[in-house]
Design a protein around this ligand. Structure first.
Ligand SMILES: NC(=O)C1=CN([C@@H]2O[C@H](COP(=O)(O)OP(=O)(O)OC[C@H]3O[C@@H](n4cnc5c(N)ncnc54)[C@H](O)[C@@H]3O)[C@@H](O)[C@H]2O)C=CC1
Ligand SMILES: O=C(O)[C@@H]1CCC=N1
Length: 273
């Protein structure tokens, strides 16, 4: 995309910072980005790092953007939408990254019927390796969809979903899943260190192994995840010893229950807002 639109971020925490960093790295002109947040600290960091425009006034940011990205916590969204209801969104594209919060509720909160696209990215967007699920409401044009896609493709991979409820599933397996992997890596580092390996070596090897495993799975789509696992697992070997412990402790069931709990929480956030 060469014709960059003006983009405003309402709420400038972890996720907005990750997207902004990725966008700037991909060449989005900083003069076409504005970020709004109540506290100065995060804005000052962003302004120092990227020289982009910042404000404490959400309405100023919304009026600036052709694209307005809602990046506050879902619990803050009703208050923010009420505030922004004084802005005219008729020629704007609203993109919400908030978990759970339904597009219809955003339109209600804004007291108008703008084009809304829901996006569910994740923090690896910070380094251009995000995974984002996208859902477009029926008013969205092909051009709106292309713009949303170009933003999140600038920070990683995108997948469209055709049903809004699928965004809750995307949230569980892509938005939240880096945290599950970090937890697993942390446990592996801790055990490696207590078994005697220096922490830095453990960190280097585990991060590379996890990254390599994911890249291998992507690079060999003809092989199932089950096949790839079996190729590592020699009968009676070291991997089998670990897999036996996982299976005996119902690891797969735990992972499925965790993903299911995350999906359920997304639905609850959607219902309560
Ligand atoms: N952190 C993540 O990995 C992901 C987060 N999300 C979604 O992104 C949204 C933001 O999450 P995070 O960045 O993690 O949270 P965060 O807490 O890091 O950022 C939220 C920001 O909103 C600001 N804020 C609070 N009230 C505000 C107001 N009235 N107006 C403007 N800004 C206000 C806060 O000061 C904070 O900087 C959430 O809705 C979350 O569901 C989506 C995908 C992944
Ligand atoms: O934990 C959350 O609710 C947000 C949504 C996905 C990742 N973080």
């Amino acid at each position: 995309m060469t014709n960059y639109s003006k983009i405003a971020f309402i709420g400038c925490g972890n996720m907005a910072t990750a997207i902004i960093s990725g966008l700037v790295a991909s060449g989005w002109p900083v003069e076409k980005i504005m970020a709004s947040n109540p506290s100065r600290g995060k804005l000052d960091n962003l302004a120092d790092q990227f020289s982009l425009q910042t404000t404490n006034d959400n309405r100023e940011a919304a009026n600036f953007g052709d694209i307005v990205v809602l990046a506050v916590k879902p619990q803050k969204l009703p208050e923010v939408c009420l505030q922004l209801s004084q802005c005219d969104f008729s020629n704007k594209l609203v993109i919400s990254v908030a978990a759970g919060f339904r597009a219809a509720k955003i339109a209600d909160g804004l007291k108008q019927n703008p084009v809304i696209i829901r996006a569910m990215p994740n923090t690896p967007a910070l380094i251009g390796l995000g995974a984002t699920g996208l859902y477009a409401t029926s008013q969205a044009t092909e051009n709106n969809r292309q713009i949303a896609e170009s933003i999140f493709q600038a920070v990683g991979q995108t997948n469209w979903v055709s049903n809004e409820s699928h965004i809750d599933i995307v949230t569980a397996i892509a938005g939240s899943s880096p945290a599950y992997i970090f937890l697993m890596m942390q446990s592996m580092v801790e055990q490696a260190v207590s078994s005697g390996l220096p922490e830095q070596d453990a960190f280097d090897l585990i991060t590379q192994a996890v990254s390599g495993a994911a890249q291998l799975a992507k690079a060999t789509p003809a092989k199932t995840l089950n096949t790839l696992r079996k190729e590592v697992t020699s009968p009676g070997g070291t991997t089998a010893a670990a897999i036996t412990v996982f299976k005996n402790n119902e690891f797969e069931d735990i992972v499925k229950k965790a993903v299911s709990a995350s999906i359920q929480r997304g639905r609850e956030l959607g219902n309560h807002n």
